[in-house]
Design a protein around this ligand. Structure first.
Ligand SMILES: [Zn+2]
Ligand SMILES: [Zn+2]
Length: 390
């Protein structure tokens, strides 16, 4: 066991205590008042300079090393989800309808543990560590809010780092490599307008339900027939609404969903064809189509130098880790906005344990992870920082 990992293990009770307390008291995006209060008071207790209230509930800590050097940004997200918890854990949510079902309680606990580990090694560090505890990662714009609040200035970071505990893989697995690792995501809403009428006399109507059925099927041909089979693209229609009665053809149907891509060219083809297919099929069916398509997050693209630094830190401090350098997921992350400006590395730390029943996916009501991942994730993050600022 490396020294840094032993130090993280020695803090395990602290880390787990923070995680379980936050898990009992989940807070949704931009409402992380209690969570941010704990983060700020823990950091102040370590003698660290803290700024609060960025993007409502964000907290930023600044740790100076013993000597001058580059500024590194570490990011941890704090928000829970509107899900009714079904884990039955002793530390289960005490707020019905809210749950830490993505593991951000673990991220905060890891972040505070990293601060404590770096405190031990401050004398070896040439540079400054800026630790950003961010609100509202789950599609609400927390990272953009923190950027607007100035988190990337005074001092401006040279590099950035972020992680996700990852229940798709077991403890001991690490997904880290260069290039795109999480997809860019858009949200689309489509309204098809026809002409309503009696369900028994369809020839007197323009039926938007039949048009929507044709269209949703046709949209799948974009991925199958317009995007190269060697590239990745997803179009998912996830919600559809129209009509109130069995015998009435409704005047309009709306549906919405998401597009996911890694590559800018693939994204452009997918969106271009999406618009053509929607308007073309709607027109062929005699309907009008309105499209509202907007960017949720760009792709998360890892800097090659930073990805190598994380891989090397894993080999040094957690040699038993199995590293998967080509891992990618079609999930999305608002850390992408930070990494568009500050080169960095986003990595995935396997957190599942099937034998303990801790393998439900992120956002599942029974999601929970193996807490033994916490000191590992903290040692890896702290080790990467120490190596970068040596
Ligand atoms: Zn999530
Ligand atoms: Zn998450």
């Amino acid at each position: 066991m490396s020294d840094l990992f032993s130090e993280a293990q020695a803090l395990f009770d602290y880390t787990r205590g923070i995680r379980r307390d936050l898990h009992r008291h989940p807070e949704l995006g931009f409402e992380e008042v209690r969570t941010a209060g704990i983060v700020a008071s823990e950091l102040r207790g370590m003698g660290i300079e803290v700024t609060t209230g960025l993007a409502k509930t964000g907290v930023v800590a600044l740790m100076e090393g013993a000597r001058p050097g580059p500024v590194l940004l570490l990011r941890f997200d704090m928000d829970a989800l509107p899900i009714m918890e079904e884990t039955g854990a002793v530390y289960a949510s005490q707020t019905p309808g809210k749950m830490h079902a993505c593991g951000h309680d673990g991220h905060v606990a890891v972040g505070l543990t990293v601060a404590r580990l770096l405190g031990i090694h401050r004398a070896d560090m040439a540079g400054t560590v800026k630790i950003m505890f961010q609100p509202a990662e789950e599609g609400l714009g927390g990272a953009e809010g923190m950027i607007e609040a100035g988190v990337l200035e005074n001092p401006a970071p040279k590099y950035s780092l972020a992680l996700h505990l990852w229940n798709e893989q077991p403890v001991g697995w690490l997904g880290v490599g260069p290039g795109p690792v999480m997809a860019g995501a858009e949200i689309f809403k489509v309204r098809l307008t026809g002409k309503g009428g009696h369900g028994a006399m369809p020839h007197q109507s323009i039926d938007p339900v039949v048009a929507a059925a044709q269209l949703i099927t046709a949209l799948q041909t974009i991925v199958a027939r317009n995007v190269s089979p060697l590239e990745a693209s997803v179009i998912s229609v996830t919600q559809i609404q129209g009509g109130d009665a069995f015998n009435v053809i409704p005047p309009s149907v709306t549906f919405q969903g998401t597009i996911r891509t890694f590559d800018a060219g693939v994204r452009q083809i997918t969106i271009e064809r999406f618009r053509q297919v929607v308007h073309g099929v709607a027109g062929a069916m005699g309907c009008q189509a309105e499209i509202d398509l907007r960017l949720l997050t760009p792709a998360v693209v890892n800097d090659a130098y930073m990805a190598e630094k994380v891989q090397n830190a894993a080999r040094t401090y957690l040699p038993e880790f199995k590293i998967e350098p080509a891992y990618r997921t079609m999930g999305s992350e608002d850390m992408a906005y930070v990494m568009q400006k500050i080169p960095g590395c986003y990595f995935f730390v396997g957190s599942a344990n099937g034998e303990k029943g801790l393998m439900y996916g992120h956002h599942h009501p029974r999601f929970d992870f193996d807490e033994s991942v916490l000191p590992r994730a903290a040692a890896l993050m702290a080790g990467t920082v120490i190596d970068l600022l040596r």
